[in-house]
Design a protein around this ligand. Structure first.
Ligand code: SF4
Length: 461
């Protein structure tokens, strides 16, 4: 059966049974979450920086049309060719036309080196390019692994988070046609040689955009591997794909965003490479492309602006909310079945794909614990948005049992005495369950779903 047609709960159930993937996802997300915490502590006043980042992003969304026009005018004056794409198909068409132009100029098959770009994943660009006979190589190491596995990224910034070095060795061995040891150094050496060849042969480089800067008509691309720099400077043509909301007004604003992006994503004070592209190669410059194209992608974003959900557009794709989400940490990204996963995916996908039932059910993929909201560097109220989406989608015909249960719960927790009584009752049940090993491992009825993957913890006095 088509994976998209499978319901979220079924996919989640399948991933929950995959101990290897769960261990890999937990290990890496724990590491990233700990790094984030330490890195933010390094800022003199992290809360003030986050407030400021929220205000900057909020202003950008409130003035989006003017900001985009201002950026586009400057970018055009700098020699960048700006394309506006209302739909995914429009964006794909622009890239295919650019590739066709290269083919007509005698570069056939057209070779494309791609940097990491979630927007390109969103529009299924690789499939379209390959179907047209072009050769695409993902050059971000994680994306390269995923491309060889013919999979989608399972994390915003660590696309191959679910792969072990043994999985990678298998993929590289098949790609190389010779054994590659399951050793990180050997794997990195193979990828380095393979990707270097892709950079040198590329006719077109395709990348994402972290931020456009209206003040100078520039785009900023941050990365850690140097592949983004290669994709933007070696091929004759550079195409950058940018979600229309990824814009700031000034360099001072960019400074605030950069202070938070890498810290929240990986725990670095700054990414290893911060690339600023303000136009094609000038006559007196040795490096750089002859043409720079930026595709400004709408694909459902404009319709969100001005709605009660438009805080979702503040997102800077740092991935911090995924790393702390108890749902994501247990099931990984593929269970969501959508390009964006975790809390932000569960919020964003139903907004970008309102007619897609698979996206709309994702707001249920949350415990509403609020951990995502707590870590979001731009203070998106993620769990509030999830709740609002649930309300919007809540069928008026929720079962009577469900309605009565929630009403009783609401009444009980609205008064201190009944709240305390309910807590005592729950404690008693938990203590009893934790003392009876059979119950602790296999609770009866629907509670059994919880104990299938966990053991009831011992309650302290
Ligand atoms: S919602 Fe916030 S924490 Fe999650 S990816 Fe976006 S910016 Fe990062």
């Amino acid at each position: 059966m088509n994976d998209v047609a499978v319901r979220f709960v079924t996919r989640a159930d399948r991933e929950l049974r995959n101990d290897r993937v769960r261990a890999a996802v937990r290990h890496t997300t724990s590491l990233l979450a700990a790094n984030r915490s330490t890195a933010l502590d390094g800022l003199a006043d992290p809360d003030a920086v986050r407030d400021s980042a929220h205000a900057i992003r909020r202003r950008a969304i409130d003035t989006l049309p003017q900001l985009l026009d201002r950026w586009a005018a400057r970018a055009t004056a700098n020699g960048i060719i700006v394309h506006r794409a209302r739909t995914a198909a429009d964006a794909v068409r622009v890239v295919l036309d650019l590739a066709d132009a290269q083919a007509t100029a005698g570069h056939s098959p057209v070779r494309i080196a791609k940097g990491k770009s979630m927007a390109s994943e969103e529009i299924d660009l690789n499939d379209a390019l390959e179907a047209a006979g072009h050769e695409v190589v993902e050059t971000d190491l994680g994306e390269f692994i995923i491309q060889l596995a013919r999979e989608k990224p399972s994390h915003l910034i660590v696309p191959a988070i679910h792969k072990s070095r043994f999985d990678v060795a298998e993929l590289f061995t098949t790609d190389a046609g010779r054994p590659i040891e399951p050793d990180v150094d050997a794997e990195a050496a193979y990828a380095r040689a393979r990707l270097r060849e892709a950079f040198l042969r590329a006719d077109i480089g395709i990348t994402g955009v972290n931020f456009a800067i209206a003040e100078t008509g520039s785009v900023c691309l941050v990365e850690n591997e140097g592949n983004g720099r290669m994709c933007t400077s070696l091929p004759r043509v550079h195409v950058a794909i940018m979600g229309m909301e990824r814009i700031v007004d000034t360099w001072a604003e960019l400074d605030v965003m950069l202070a938070l992006l890498a810290r929240s994503a990986t725990g670095q004070a700054l990414s290893v490479y911060t690339n600023i592209i303000s136009g094609p190669r000038r006559d007196d410059e040795l490096d750089g492309p002859d043409e720079v194209h930026v595709i400004v992608l709408d694909n459902g974003r404009e319709a969100i602006v001005g709605t009660e959900f438009d805080d979702a557009l503040l997102c800077i794709r740092c991935g911090a909310c995924l790393n702390v989400c108890p749902v994501y940490r247990n099931i990984g990204g593929h269970a969501y079945g959508t390009v964006y996963s975790g809390p932000i995916g569960a919020v964003l996908m139903p907004l970008l794909r309102p007619d897609d039932p698979a996206s709309r059910e994702l707001s249920e993929a949350s415990t509403l614990c609020g951990a995502c909201t707590e870590v979001c560097p731009v203070r998106i109220p993620l769990h509030d948005l999830l709740l609002r989406e649930r309300h919007r989608d809540a069928p008026g015909d929720a079962s009577r049992l469900r309605r009565v249960t929630f009403r009783l719960w609401s009444v009980a927790w609205a008064h201190p005495l009944s709240y305390r009584i309910s807590i005592h009752v729950v404690r008693a049940i938990l203590r009893l369950s934790s003392r009876v090993p059979k119950l602790a491992r296999r609770a009866p009825g629907w509670a059994g779903a919880w104990t299938r993957d966990r053991v009831v913890p011992r309650v302290r006095r």
